[in-house]
Write a protein of this length. Sequence first.
Length: 563
Amino acid sequence: MYIPKATSTAQSPTETHLLVIQIAKHRLAATNAHLPENVISKGAPAITPRLKGFTMELKLIRDPFIQVNSAGPQEKMYRRPDTEQIDRMDAALAHFRDSEPVNSDDFATALDQILDFQREDGSFSYFSDYRMDSDCRVDFVYRPSYACCQILMRAVLAMHEPPSPESGLYDALRRGLTFCCGRGLAGHGFDSEVQQIDDLRNFASAGYPEFADRLSDICPDFCTMVASIISGYEQRLSGCRTIVGFGTDITVRVAELLELFGREALIPVFVYGSLMEGMRNAGTLKGCAHRGPARLNGYALYSLGSFPGIKPSDDGGCTLGEVRMVDARTLEKLDELEDNGKLYRRTGVEVVMQGMLHAHDHKCQAWTYEYLGEVESASRVPEQLQPWSRTIALRKTHVWYVAYGSCMSYERFMCYLAGGTCKDNGRTYEGCSDPTPPICTASMPLFHDVYFGNESRSWGGAGVAFLDVDNPGFTHARAYLISREQYEQVRDQEGRSDQWYGREVELGTRAGIPMLTFTSADKRPHNAPSEAYLSTMRLGMSEAFPGYASAEDPELLLAEHLK
C-alpha cells in the first residue's frame, strides 16, 4: 500500500507550535476567549506556554484515512491520509512533549493513550502498513515514535524512583527506543541531517542528557547510538564539514545541538582583517579563545579600502591571519557582519598554524570568509606586508617608489639606500640615514612612455630615463616599498631641480599604499643613453620580469624607449 506524503505535516518546533496556537485560537474563539499576544517563546527548544483555561486533548488514531472522490468523468472513491488529523496528532504530541506539566491530569490521560497506541514492534506508527516511500515512513512511522518516546522519557524522569523493569512504562520506553534505533534518527532526502538534529534537540528538551546519565540501562543500544551520532557531529563541527545537501549550512544547528548535550561546541574561524586582535572589529570576538597565528595557502589577500578580502589564488598566494574559536551565537554575528552569501561567503579551508606552539606546521580546518566581489591586481597585498594590521600601519609610514630607469636594478637602487660605489658607473653615493632594504618589490606597468634626455655626469654625459607623464604610453617599471624618509632622501640624491627630477608623480595605490615616482617638470632634450646605463636597465628588467627573460631578450622591452 502506497501512502502519499502529507502536504502540510508540521515538523520543525516553530511550525508545530504555530499549529498548536491555531488549534488553540479555534477552540478559544468558540468560547469568545482571547489568545494572549505573547504565546510563543523564541529560541530552541520551542515551548508553547499553557493557556489559562485551555486543555489539549491527545487523540491518537491508527490509519487516519479519509474517503475522497477522484476528479474526472467517472468519479471513484479512494482513500488518502487525513493530513489535518495527522497535523493535529503531531501538534498534540509536541505540546505534551514540550510544555504540558507532567503532574497534570491531561498528561496522565495522554500517557495512557500513548501506552495503548504502541504496537508490538515497539513503534507508535500512525499507519499499520509500513510499505510506503522512505519520506512517508520517516514522517508517519518514525517521528511519531520519537515524539511518544520523548513523552515517556519525561514521565520516567519525573518519577521519584526509577520504574522497575517489570513496569509497563519501563517496557514501553525500552521497546520504543529500541525501535527508534532503526534509522539512526536519520531523516530523509537532502534535509536528512536537519531533521535528525531537530529530533535530537527534541530528545534533549525531553531530558535525554539526564536520562542517559541516570537511566541508560533502560535501552543501552539507544544511548550508544545517540553518543555515536553526537560524536560524529563533534568531528564534523571541528572539521568544518557542516554544509549538506543543496548547500544547506547546519553549522549553527550542530553547535547548538552539541551545547544541549553538554559537548564542546566551539567553531574554528580564520580571521585576517578587521576581526584580528587590535583591529576595529575585534570586539565582536571578545571572549573567544585565540588559537594562534595561522597561514592560509591558496588564497590571496586584497585591500578593499579600509577592510580586506581574500580570493582563491593559483600562483602561490597566501594570507596571514589568526584562528579564533567561537560559539554558535558569535558565528551568527560574524555571518551578519560579513553579509554571508552576498558580500562574503563563509567557506571551509585548511590553515597552517604558526608560532612557537606549532613548530611543525600543524594543519587544521577552519571557516573563513571569501570575498565575492571583483578585485584589481594592484590591490593585492603581498605576504611581506601581512598580516592586515601591518598593512594598515605601513600606509602611514611607507610608500612605493616606482623606478623606471637604472634603479630597476636592485643592486643599483641599494646604492641610494645604503651608500657605496656603484659598479655600473663607478660613482660613490652617500646613501640614506636609514639603509634598511625595501620591504618588498613589485613589477608593474606604467601607462606613459620613457624617453632619454639630459647629460648625466654619473653616466659619462649620456642621457638618462625620464617619464613622459603628459602623454599616454606604456613602459615596464619596478616598485620598491620604502619608508617615506628614505623616499625623500632618494629624491635628494636624484636631484630635485625642475630640469632633473623635481616633479613628483602620483601613480595610485598598491595594497592601499601610495605609489610615487618623479620626473622633470618639462620634457628634456633627447640624448641617447650609454651602454652601461642600458645594461643596468636590462639587468633590472630581467630581475623585475623574469618571465620575459626566458621568452625574449630584455632589450626588446626597451625598444619603445629607444625610439
